[in-house]
Each structure stands twice: as C-alpha cells, then as structure tokens.
Design a binder for this molecule. Structure first.
Ligand SMILES: Nc1nc2c(c(=O)[nH]1)N[C@H]1C(S)=C(S)[C@@H](COP(=O)(O)O)O[C@H]1N2
Ligand SMILES: [Mo]
Length: 323
C-alpha cells in the first residue's frame, strides 16, 4: 500500500521492505513465509508475549530485513541494536542502558487501551484489535530533548484512525494520553520524584495529523518493552518525551493536559515541545544533536525536518517560546 498524502515517508513501502514484509508483520507471520523457525511463529502469535529469552533469539536483527537504508533525507537508519538498547524510559530507570535490561520481562499482554472522554463512541480496544490497524513501516526520526537522535523504522498506524472511530465531539480540543501504572514491574515508578503515571498531550489537530502514529513495532518486529510495548505514540516533529510509551488510556478533553514533564519541571518543559533549534532548553542548547552511531554533531532541523508537514499548525509566531 502506498501512503497517499505527502508525509515523512514518501517512500513506497515496497522500497522500504521486501514484499513479504510490507504486508503487515502479522499477516506475514500467519503466512509463514520466510520463517524457517517454527518456534518463532509460536513466540510471536498475536496477543502472546514471547518469553524474554526466545524474543531476543527470535528477533532476527531488523536491519537485514529492511531494504531502504535511509530516511527521506538520506540519513542511514539506526541499527536495531542501538534502537533497542539506548532508551529513555523513566518507569524503569533514568539510565540509557537500564530499560533494555529492566523491562525484559515486563508483562505487555493482556493489554487494552481505553479511548474515552468527549467522544460519541467511547471504546476500549483489546490490543489484538489495535494490531489489526497495523500498516507498513514508516521511517521517522526521534529527537530527544537531550540532543541525541535516531532514525527508526516504526511499524504502526495513524492515531487518527482510532480517533475517527470514536468520533470526538465538537467540544473536544485536546487529547490526553496516560501510560500504564505498574510499580511492581516498573522499579522507576517507586521513585517519588515523578508524578506517575506518565502523561502526555496533543492538541486535537496535532493528534489528527498524519505524522502522529501509534507504534506497535519496529524493524518489522513486535515492539520491545523498552521501546514502549505494546503500544506507544510517535510524534516525530516533537521532542522525544512527547512520544509516550505503554499507553493504556487516550482521553478527548477540552483543556490543555498537564504532562508529567510540565508538572515536574514547568520551567524546562512546555506543552508543544516542537523541535526547534532556535529555542534552547534552559540548561542546554537545542541547536545541534548527536545522531546515535555518528561521531560529530548535526545541525538540528526545524520541526526535526518535518516543517513542510506540520508548520501550518503553528501560525502563532509565539508558538516557539514553548519548548
Ligand atoms: N511512558 C514513558 N514514555 C516515554 C518516556 C518515559 O520515560 N516513559 N521517555 C520519553 C523520552 S524522553 C524519549 S526520548 C523517548 C525515547 O524512546 P525510545 O527509547 O524508544 O528511543 O520515549 C519517550 N516516552
Ligand atoms: Mo527524551
């Protein structure tokens, strides 16, 4: 399938992945093509989470399965290894290599996402139903406020898909996202420094933008727990912290939601948080970034390089005063 609108991925999916893979990963699994290992089928059956050991053995490193090696700017994809071992996930801990280890056995099944609030048709989606929306990979850059970045082939579907299904009422102006609260399995949630659960928000039009996706995988594989399994937001024109992981609730509201970061450090984090090289974080510059895997630094692009697709949403000249 081709993406019709001009988006961050103007590459036909047939060029991103071999034909067998650009079918949804799960259709592909069912078809069983290319899968020699029967164990893999069992481990990745819809709705089941693979035992930690099997998952890493089964997850044939993604890079080999994706034929487009760059994003639309010609930048190389980060390796599966980098993407799944260098993470931010404060529910586990505040280090980069900690989440991959601590989230290994995080239970992501069964899982459901409640979509409610100012909507005509509230619905609680079982993860199995959300996986049916999964489309081909989209290559988007993730740019952290800490000034590092990666290029990641995300698997998922537009957030608009479920928002349209639940039908926001005329009063709905913002979307509030809530992540899971599970302090037994998430050691970082015992850290009272943060007002758990992790909360984020988007204006409704931002949420409806084609670039805003819910991701359920990467490199053709099921999302790893450290990357936000089973479902996380990806808003590539915003700083990484907006891309909330392990979502359990999506609520349509008529007020600007207060995010975890706005609540814990209001002087440092605002609501919009669009990537903007001209607006510094109070404690460091946002003008350049380090692409993980590269030696030097790169100039950061306005809206992380997605200006054409999103700038129209921010006509207010003061928008960029919000970090
Ligand atoms: N629930 C939750 N979501 C989260 C975070 C987090 O700590 N908890 N960290 C955010 C930050 S700061 C970044 S940069 C990205 C990192 O995503 P990645 O680890 O998949 O690269 O996730 C974002 N989503
Ligand atoms: Mo981040």
């Amino acid at each position: 399938m081709l993406i019709k609108k001009k988006t961050g991925i103007e590459i036909p999916s047939s060029e991103i992945t071999p034909k067998s893979l650009y079918l949804s990963r799960r259709q592909f699994m069912t078809a069983g093509t290319l899968l020699a290992a029967g164990g893999l089928l069992a481990a990745c059956a819809p709705g089941q989470s693979a035992p930690a050991g099997e998952e890493s053995a089964a997850a044939a490193p993604g890079p080999g399965t994706v034929s487009a090696e760059t994003d639309e700017l010609g930048d190389p994809l980060n390796s599966y290894e980098d993407i799944t071992t260098y993470n931010n996930y404060y529910e586990f801990n505040t280090t980069k290599d900690g989440p991959a280890k601590l989230a290994k056995n995080f239970p992501t099944s069964p899982w459901q996402v409640e979509v409610s609030g100012l909507v005509n048709k509230p619905k609680t989606y079982a993860m199995e139903d959300l996986l049916k929306f999964e489309q081909e990979e989209r290559i988007y850059r993730l740019r952290c406020v800490e000034a590092w970045s990666m290029v990641i082939p995300w698997l998922g579907f537009p957030l608009a898909k479920i928002l349209n299904e639940v039908e926001p009422t005329a009063e709905a102006t913002f979307v509030r996202f809530e992540a899971v609260e599970d302090p037994k399995n998430m050691p970082g949630q015992n850290n009272p420094m943060f007002p758990w659960p992790y909360v984020e928000g988007l204006r409704l039009d931002e949420a409806m933008n084609d670039l805003a996706i819910l991701s359920t995988g990467l490199y053709g594989e099921t999302l790893t727990p450290q990357n936000g399994a089973p479902i996380r937001l990806v808003t590539p024109w915003k700083y990484g912290f907006k891309s909330i992981k392990a979502i359990v609730k999506i609520e349509l509201v008529d007020y600007m939601p207060t995010s975890l970061w706005m609540e814990s450090a209001p002087r440092e984090y605002g609501f919009y948080s669009n990537v903007n090289p001209n607006v510094n974080h109070p404690r460091w510059s946002q003008a350049t970034e380090r692409r993980i895997g590269e030696l030097g630094r790169r100039e950061t692009l306005m809206f992380n390089g997605y200006e054409e697709q999103v700038a129209h949403m921010y006509p207010d000249p003061d928008y960029d005063t919000h970090l």
